[in-house]
Structure formats: structure tokens, C-alpha cells
Write a protein that binds this ligand. Structure first.
Ligand code: IK2
Length: 446
């Protein structure tokens, strides 16, 4: 009797769970939109969780583990204590003090009088500026050329807008020696031109580049600009690391080249500018005839980003306007600090036999891992690319988090670049030293 009633209870459980999972499948088919298909994986979600689960030393996601400079923290505290308006809605397209200070600051850099209310859209981080750009400007069937390696969200954003992503990789030019610098990675003008069709709407670039650290030279930007003008294309230029260049590399805005202002959307990030990535304040700067369509997307999605954070960023830009070009400017101090961290990480990687590619700019350094012999036969990850498996192994077995570089490539090119992993060096020296200890012990066989 006991056995029979247990069996019956067991069958009921199986029947119930079958019905539930069957019902879930039917519901999930019905309750989802096709635009979410194929874009559900996200490298930041996956690897940030894994790093946290294994309490790994984190050189993975690109955020500083040190505090923003005191002047910007004070500006934020002052804003929060600034009375009721700081806690309420502000202008949808950008808090007036912020758009005014961005216009004043960037007019001087671009060499064009930027209208604070027509030519700027303040967004929830650079992420949302990119989202608004793709939603507002890409139609069903449009093609968008993305230069690889690229910040991973460009591709799903193009797809969600109904467009088709077309890829052109930067390629290492190996002329009788090792590739030592991000400057050795170049874009072929012929290859780029060959991707342009009557459906092409835009070219997306990122300088300084994440993950490679390439800072495009004026000639390279001019070549892209010439194609944009010749074929009447937009350029989306992601410049979130614009102040972070090293060893004399100079960041140039493609919008400042002749004929480019009216066809370029320049994307920026206060998170990267003032080392406060959690504030999520970003912007798009372009000609008013482009920004007006991005405003339409923005007003119908998030409406605006946090008022107090925008107020603080406005103070930051006012300060930087006054101090521009002086040693007190944070835009001089931050790259000087990161220059040392970049060197520290490079010599650590070299000392354990890894070959880093020296970045000319940005937060990151990539390194070739093909010399490291590791048994990666974990069955649970066998369908993944080599660098994904390697990084998972490194987190789980060695307690060091990095990011696989093939995440920054299209499926058609990822195999060519899956021997690289990315390290973020915008970290406390103690974090870099902890990573160095792990790598050193490993190289000594411990
Ligand atoms: N564009 C680029 C090129 C970025 O790198 C980022 C932020 N990346 O950080 C994650 C990482 O690479 O580890 C963004 C846009 C988004 O910037 P924001 O934080 O302002 O939305």
C-alpha cells in the first residue's frame, strides 16, 4: 500500500511538472517578441556574475575600483543637498546646466558652435545614447557597418532596430615581427569600401577602442570620413574613452573633420570621463536635424537620467573648462595615473610569458594566450570558443577574472581572434598586484 501510494504521488508530481513545463514553453513562445531572439546572451552579465561567484580578483568589467576625484564627489553631495528641484524631473533632453556646460566645453574641441538645446541629448550612460541612435536612424533592411573589435552592444542594438550588421575587422599588420601596439592594427580602406552597398546607412567606430586600445589617427579618420561623404552615410563615433590616451597618441574627433559635423553622432560618457560609471550619465552630440529624432526615442523610453547626477557632471565640466590643458585638469591627471597602471600590467604579463598588445588609449589591454597550455576539456563548456573556455577556467581555477576578446567580434570573425583575452587596468595598484601574484604563482607551477 505504501509503495503504491508513493508511486501514485510520484506520478502526480511528474504529470504536474510536465504540464507546467509544457505550459511554460507554450507561454514563452506566445509571450515574447522576435527581436529578442539571438541577442539574449551578454558577456557582462555572464562574466561579472562568475567573477562575483568565485570572488575573483577582477580585471574583467571596465570600471575603476577606486573613488572618483573629490571635486566630482563633492559636486554630487552638493547636488543631493540642493533642495527639491535636484530630486525631481528636469528637462527631458538634458538638465539645462549640463547641456550648457557640454556645449561650451565641446564647441571649443570640435571647432563648431554647439547649440546646447538642439545639438545635445543627455542619456542614461553612453549605452542609451547608442540605443537612441540606432533606434532613431536605422530602418528595417538598413545595413550598418561595424568596425571590429567593437563594444558588444552595437550588434544587438542594430538587430533590434531591424537593421543588418556588416563587419570589417581591424587587422594586425605583421611585417617581419610581433604585433606590439594597438597602432599596428589597421583598417583596410579597400575592405571597408567593399562593404558599402545601396542599403548602407552608417559606419560605427570606437576611438579609443574597447577592447584593443587603438586610437585612430587623423588619416584613418579622414579615410572613413571620405567614404561617409562619398556615399552619404552617417558616422556613429563612440568616444567614451576620449581623455585616455598614452605615449603621445592624440584623440581626434571625426566630427571635427570637414563635412562631418552634420553626419556624425559623437557618443560620450560621464562614467568614463569622471571615473563614476555607476552614475550612468552619457550624451550624444550631433547636428540638431539628427538629435531631434533621437529625442523622440528618448522621450518615449527613459525620458531623462538622474537630475542630481547631471547637476554634478555639469559642475565637473565647468571645472574642466577652466582648468583645460593645465596639470590640475582631471583630463590630464587620469591618463597620467593610468599610464603607470598600464605599464605595471604590461610588465606583469610579460614577466609570465604573455605578449600584451600595448594600448594607445582606453581602459584595457589585450594579450595573446596561445603560449599558455591549459587543459580545457570541461564538458560543460565544450561548444564555446577557446577564449571563453579559457577565461572561465581562469576565474574558477585561478581566481582571476578577465574578458574573452571574441565577445567583441561577429560570429564570422570571432574564430580568428579567440586567442586573446582582455585585462582592465583601471584598478587600484593592490588589485593589479593581486592579479600579478596569481599569474606569477601559476607561471612558477604553484
Ligand atoms: N561604449 C564603450 C566603448 C564602452 O566601453 C562602454 C562601457 N563599457 O564598459 C564595459 C566594459 O567594456 O567592460 C559604453 C559605451 C557604455 O558606457 P556607459 O557606462 O556610459 O553606458
Amino acid at each position: 500500500m505504501g509503495i503504491i501510494s508513493n508511486l501514485a504521488a510520484g506520478l502526480t508530481v511528474i504529470r504536474r511538472s510536465c504540464t507546467r513545463s509544457h505550459r511554460q514553453i507554450i507561454m514563452s513562445r506566445r509571450f515574447h517578441a522576435r527581436r529578442t531572439d539571438g541577442v539574449d546572451k551578454n558577456v557582462w552579465v555572464e562574466f561579472t556574475q562568475l567573477a562575483a561567484d568565485y570572488k575573483a580578483v577582477n580585471l574583467g568589467q571596465g570600471f575603476p575600483d577606486f573613488s572618483p576625484p573629490p571635486f566630482i564627489q563633492e559636486a554630487f553631495c552638493k547636488a543631493v543637498g540642493g533642495g527639491p528641484p535636484m530630486h525631481q524631473y528636469t528637462r527631458a533632453f538634458g538638465h539645462p546646466p549640463l547641456v550648457k556646460s557640454l556645449a561650451k566645453f565641446f564647441s571649443r574641441i570640435v571647432g563648431h558652435e554647439i547649440d546646447p538645446f538642439e545639438d545635445i541629448l543627455v542619456t542614461v550612460g553612453a549605452y542609451q545614447a547608442l540605443f537612441c541612435a540606432f533606434q532613431a536612424l536605422v530602418d528595417e533592411g538598413d545595413e550598418v557597418i561595424i568596425v571590429e573589435p567593437f563594444f558588444d552592444c552595437y550588434q544587438p542594438m542594430v538587430v533590434m532596430a531591424g537593421g543588418k550588421a556588416v563587419y570589417v575587422p581591424l587587422r594586425p599588420k605583421v611585417e617581419g615581427g610581433a604585433v606590439l601596439s594597438s597602432g599596428d592594427w589597421v583598417l583596410s580602406a579597400e575592405e571597408l569600401a567593399s562593404k558599402i552597398t545601396p542599403h548602407t546607412k552608417a559606419i560605427v567606430i570606437n576611438t579609443p577602442n574597447n577592447p584593443l586600445g587603438k586610437v585612430y589617427k587623423t588619416e584613418e579618420l579622414q579615410m572613413i570620413a571620405d567614404l561617409c561623404i562619398k556615399h552619404d552615410l552617417l558616422c556613429i563615433s563612440d568616444e567614451v574613452y576620449e581623455w585616455l590616451t598614452y605615449d603621445g597618441a592624440k584623440h581626434v574627433k571625426i566630427a571635427s573633420l570637414p563635412g562631418m559635423w552634420e553626419r556624425t553622432i559623437t557618443v560620450g560618457s560621464a562614467g568614463k570621463t569622471f571615473s563614476a560609471t555607476g552614475w550612468k550619465v552619457g550624451w550624444a552630440i550631433s547636428s540638431g536635424h539628427i538629435i531631434k529624432h533621437m529625442k523622440t526615442i528618448h522621450q518615449n523610453t527613459v525620458y531623462h537620467s538622474a537630475t542630481a547626477a547631471q547637476e554634478a557632471v555639469a559642475h565637473g565640466f565647468e571645472r574642466e573648462y577652466q582648468l583645460f590643458g593645465t596639470p590640475e585638469s582631471y583630463f590630464q591627471q587620469l591618463p597620467a595615473m593610468l599610464h603607470h597602471k598600464r605599464k605595471k600590467l604590461a610588465s606583469c604579463l610579460e614577466s609570465v610569458g604573455l605578449q600584451p598588445i600595448m594600448p594607445e588609449g582606453g581602459y584595457f589591454m589585450i594579450a595573446d594566450i596561445s603560449s599558455l597550455k591549459v587543459d580545457l576539456n570541461d564538458q560543460s563548456t565544450k561548444d564555446e570558443s577557446y577564449d571563453f573556455r579559457f577565461v572561465k577556467w581562469l576565474i574558477k581555477e585561478k581566481g582571476l577574472a578577465t574578458i574573452p576578446v571574441s565577445a567583441f567580434y561577429s560570429p564570422e570573425h570571432s574564430k580568428e581572434f579567440d586567442k586573446y583575452i582582455r585585462f582592465c587596468f583601471v584598478k587600484e595598484d593592490s588589485t593589479l598586484e593581486a592579479a600579478e601574484n596569481i599569474l606569477r604563482k601559476w607561471s612558477q607551477g604553484q
